[in-house]
Design a protein around this ligand. Structure first.
Ligand code: FES
Ligand SMILES: [Fe+2]
Length: 364
C-alpha cells in the first residue's frame, strides 16, 4: 500500500506523516548570506514555490514564483535595481508583487492592476524568515526569541542546514527521541538517556532526559563542566520549532521548512556559553571560540547530523513501503509529537471544528 493522505489516514502515525505544518508561523528559508543584493533564489513551502530576492537597496522581497504573464518561475529571471525581472518577456515586479514595468509594448492595455502574491519576510539570527500564511497575522505572530545571540557579546554559535528527503514529523521525532544513541556511538553526543519528564501544554511538548551530554572523545574536553551540568537535557517541541537546553549554557534550535510532503529543509542553530581551552581548563576567548565552532561544525556536527539525515531518509522510504504495518514505539514522547502535529494541522484545516473533532479522530 502507498502511504495515505491526511484525509484517508487511519492511524495517528499515518496522520502525522501526511500532515503539513501550519503556514501561520515564521519559517527559516535561507541563511542571510545565501541571498545577497542582486540575487534571487527559489524556496518552497508545502509545494508552493516562492521567489526570494534582495534588491540593490538590501531590502528582501518574497513573491509568488510565477510570472503573471505565462506562469514561468520568476527565480529564472534576475534582479534589476529593486525589481525582479522575468527571464522571458522582461515583466518586472517589486517586492510587494506589483507589476511595475514590461520590456515590450503593451498594445494599448493597462498593466496597473496586475500583481502576484507577496509574503512577509524578515531577517534574524543570520537567517531569512518567511511567513507563508495569512499576511495580516505575520507581525502579531511570535518567532523564536534567542537573546543569547542578540546581546553585545553573543554566544559562540554554529549554524548548519540540510535538505533531507523526509517528512518533517520524522525529523521532529529524530531530534527529540534519544533512544537512538546507538546510531551515534562513534560521536556520543548523548549517552544513557532516561526520560524523566514529559508534558504537553498548549502548543508545546516539553520533555527532559537524565543523560550524559557531549561525552565524545574530543568534545568532552571543550565543555567547561564547572560552569555547566551535563547530566540533564531539557527539550521542547515548541510547534513548529524544536529546541534544547543543557544547564542553561548549551542550547540549540531546530527550524523546519516543509518544502513538500517528502522534503524538509532543516536549519540547526547551536550556541554555547561554556567552552574552555582543553588541558588549561580556562574559558576560551570569543574569537577563538568562533574558530573552534567552525572546526567543530565540519568535523563533528555535520557528520553527526548526516547520520540522522541518512536514517530519516531511510525511515521515509520504509514508511512509504510499510505505511499500514503497525510500528512498535517505546518512547512515549514520540506519540506526543505526533498528536501535536496532527492536532495543529487539523486546526489549520478546520479552525472552528478542530476542538470537538480531536477526541473522536485520534486512533493510535
Ligand atoms: S512569462 Fe514572464 S514576462 Fe512573459
Ligand atoms: Fe541524532
Amino acid at each position: 500500500m502507498s502511504a495515505p493522505n491526511f484525509e484517508d489516514a487511519r492511524t495517528r502515525r499515518q496522520m502525522a506523516r501526511a500532515a503539513g505544518l501550519d503556514p501561520n508561523h515564521w519559517y527559516a528559508v535561507a541563511h542571510t548570506g545565501a541571498v545577497r543584493s542582486g540575487k534571487v533564489i527559489e524556496t518552497r513551502f508545502l509545494d508552493r514555490s516562492i521567489a526570494l530576492f534582495r534588491g540593490a537597496d538590501g531590502v528582501l522581497g518574497a513573491i509568488e514564483n510565477r510570472c503573471a504573464h505565462r506562469q514561468l518561475k520568476l527565480s529564472l529571471g534576475e534582479v534589476d535595481g529593486c525589481k525582479l525581472v522575468c527571464a522571458y518577456h522582461g515583466w518586472a515586479y517589486d517586492a510587494s508583487g506589483r507589476l511595475v514595468s514590461v520590456a515590450h509594448e503593451t498594445f494599448g492595455k493597462s498593466i496597473e492592476r496586475i500583481r502576484i502574491a507577496s509574503f512577509p519576510v524578515r531577517e534574524r539570527y543570520g537567517l531569512i524568515w518567511l511567513f507563508p500564511g495569512d499576511a495580516t497575522l505575520a507581525y502579531s505572530t511570535a518567532m523564536p526569541e534567542i537573546p543569547e545571540l542578540e546581546r553585545p557579546a553573543p554566544w559562540a554559535s554554529i549554524a548548519i542546514d540540510f535538505i533531507w528527503a523526509a517528512h518533517h514529523s520524522l525529523i521532529i521525532e529524530n531530534v527529540s527521541d534519544f533512544s537512538h544513541a546507538h546510531l551515534h556511538r562513534k560521536y556520543r553526543p548523548f549517552s544513557n538517556a532516561k526520560l524523566t519528564d514529559l508534558e504537553t501544554t498548549g502548543t508545546q511538548v516539553r520533555l527532559s532526559y537524565d543523560v550524559l551530554v557531549g561525552d565524545g572523545r574530543f568534545s568532552k574536553h571543550f565543555v567547561d563542566r564547572s560552569l555547566v551540568k551535563v547530566d540533564r537535557m531539557d527539550l521542547c517541541f515548541d510547534y513548529p520549532y524544536q529546541r534544547s537546553d543543557t544547564g542553561g549554557r548549551i542550547k540549540h534550535w531546530c527550524f523546519l521548512l516543509p518544502m513538500d510532503g517528502r522534503t524538509t529543509h532543516v536549519y540547526f542553530l547551536f550556541y554555547f556559553d561554556a567552552v574552555q581551552i582543553p588541558l588549561l581548563r580556562r574559558p576560551m576567548p570569543r574569537g577563538l571560540q568562533q574558530l573552534l565552532m567552525r572546526a567543530a561544525r565540519r568535523l563533528l556536527i555535520r557528520p553527526l547530523l548526516a547520520q540522522d539525515g541518512r536514517m530519516v531518509e531511510a525511515e521515509q522510504q520504509a514508511y512509504d513501503r510499510h505505511a499500514d504495518v503497525p510500528a512498535y514505539e517505546l518512547n512515549p514522547a514520540v506519540g506526543e509529537f505526533q498528536k501535536m502535529i496532527v492536532r495543529q494541522w487539523r486546526r489549520h484545516l478546520t479552525p472552528a471544528e478542530a476542538a470537538p473533532a480531536e477526541a473522536a479522530h485520534e486512533p493510535v
